[in-house]
Ligand binder design. Sequence first.
Ligand SMILES: [Zn+2]
Length: 200
Amino acid sequence: MARAKRFLRVAKIMVIVVLVIVLALFLFFSVSTRVTDNLDTYVYELPYQKGSKYKVVQGYGGLFSHRHIAAIDFRMPTGTPVHAAREGVVYAYKDNSDEGGPLGKYKNKANYIMIKHSDGSFGCYWHLQKNGVLVKSGAVSKGQQIGLSGATGFVLRPHLHFSVKRKLNYEMNSFVRTKFNTSEGVVIIKKGKSYERPMD
Ligand SMILES: [Zn+2]
């Protein structure tokens, strides 16, 4: 009898612990932090091939790594072609890293390309694969392939991180929210949904 009681008590505690963990995970992946009110008037192209579709696994203000940051993570396998969302000039890049993972030590290990737009803002394409920057200087046109996605830097799994910034720091209002041209029209992208880049 005493043993059965003890078992019940342990079982109850286990259920509570599991519930708390599930709730914490739910909050962690669903709640988002406040981001900038800045909204770009420009309509961006999705940063991948025409006709392809990828899911947004972390959106604006996501708790995992977008706290107060207006950035979007598209889940895509390493080696997926990355295309310019807007025309501009290559401002900076890095593509010599092959390190990445969900640890702080990987924070500065991301490969990336930054494209400066005509209004002075920067398109930022992060976590590219090693040697995954295909245009290293000069002008790029909207929709042109510029790289290959990967999982370098601070990542849980392979994805493309995209953001537009007016200043190159991580302050909330240095970022700009953007509209995208999708097969469902011009939208502000939301987490958990997949978006197809229209053929034309
Ligand atoms: Zn991200």
